[in-house]
Design a protein around this ligand. Sequence first.
Ligand code: GLC
Length: 406
Amino acid sequence: MHASLRSHIEKLMSQNRRETNGSTYTVPSPHLYPFEWLWDSCFHAVILSHVDITRAREEIRSATSHPLTNGLLPHIIYWEEDYRTHNWGREMRGDILTAAWQKDGTSVITQPPLIASTVWELHQKAEDRAFLEEMYPILKAHYLALVTRRDPTDEGLIGIINPDESGEDNSPRFDHALGISPFHKPEEHLEKRIALVEKLTECKFETRICMQQYFWIKDVSFNAIVLRGFEALALIAETLGDYGDRNLFDGYRRRTGEAMRARMREDERFYSLEGSGDEKIRINTWNLFMPLYAGLLTKKEVDTLVERYLMDEKQFWTPYPIPSVSYQESMFSEDDMWRGPTWIASNWFVYHGLRRYGFMKEASLLAQKSVALVSESGFREYYSPLSGVGYGTEDFTWGGLVIDME
Ligand code: GLC
C-alpha cells in the first residue's frame, strides 16, 4: 500500500477517536455517525490491528461494554452525545429513530455479530490470553442470546427483527417484509422503519411474537457472520481449555452451516429467507458472495459463482465493483445506500472469501479497485459502482479496511 494512503488512514482513525469515562472508541464519521456502532467497531479493530494492537483491543472493549440484560450487544452505544436531539441529516429523523432505538444510552437492537471473529483475529496477530479471558463471557452471552432468542423454531438460522440489524438499512432484500414497493421514496422507507420500531416496542421486543407478526428475516450475510462467530468461539474456548464450550460452538457452527445449505441454497446461489414459511428473497445482492466468507460452498460452486455473477460486467463486475445490488436488478440505483452503491466493507468480506477459496487473482483485483475508490474519491460512506464518485457522509472510516486487503 502506498505510504500516503496508509498515513491518511492512520490520521482519520486518530481524528475519529473519542474517549468517554476511560473508554476509547472510534466514531464511523464525526458528521453523520457520532456514536459507536457494533460492526463498525469490529472494522475499526481490524484496521487498528495494523496500526496499534492495544488500540484495537480498546475498541473491542468499549464495543462490548454495554450488553443488554438479555446478553445481546446493542448496535449503538451513544456515549456522551445528546442522541435524542442530534441531527442525523439526510433522511434521518433522529428524534424519533434514536428515541425508539434507545434504552439507557444504547439501542435495543443488534448488528451483524462480527465481534467473536474479530477478537480471534486480534489474537492471531498478537497473542493475549488475558484479553481472551476478559472477552469470552461477554461474547458467549451475546451468541447464546442470538441462539435462544432469534431462532424460535430451533432450526439453526438466526433471524433479524429490523433491517438495521443487517447493517444494510435500506437493502431491497427487506422491501417486501416492510410492505414497501421496490421503487419507493427514501422518506417512505424511513416511515416504514419507524412504524416497525413502534410495533416492536408494542410487542416489547419479545422476539418470538414480534418476529412471527412483523418482521422475520433469516439473512444470508448475518448468518454467514454468525457462523464465523461460532467458529471463532470454538477456537477461543479451546484455547482457554474449555472443551465443553468448544464442542458446543462447533455444534452450532455445523448446524447453522447445514441449515444455510439446506434452506437458502439454490444451485450455487444462497438467498435470504422471509417469515415462518422461509420464502426465498430472490434479489441478487452482494450477499450472493457471503457464503465464500463462511466457507459454505464447494470449489465447483465457487467457480460458477465467480464466473457467472462476480466477474460479469453486467451484474457485479462494474467499473468500480462490487455493487451492493446487481446492476441488472430493476431497483438498482448508483447512489442510494444499500440499493446499488459499492461499500468498502462488503468488498472486504468478499476479498477474504475469495482468498479462502484460492481466487488470489480476483481478490487482488478487488483490492486494487477498492484502493482506487478511496484514493480517487476519498473516505466516503459509499461510491457509485459505475463512475466511482463518492456519496454519503465524509471522513467515514470503512475505507481504512483497504489496509487489510493486501
Ligand atoms: C449506516 C450503515 C450501517 C453502519 C452505520 C454507521 O447506517 O448502513 O451499516 O453501521 O451507518 O456507520
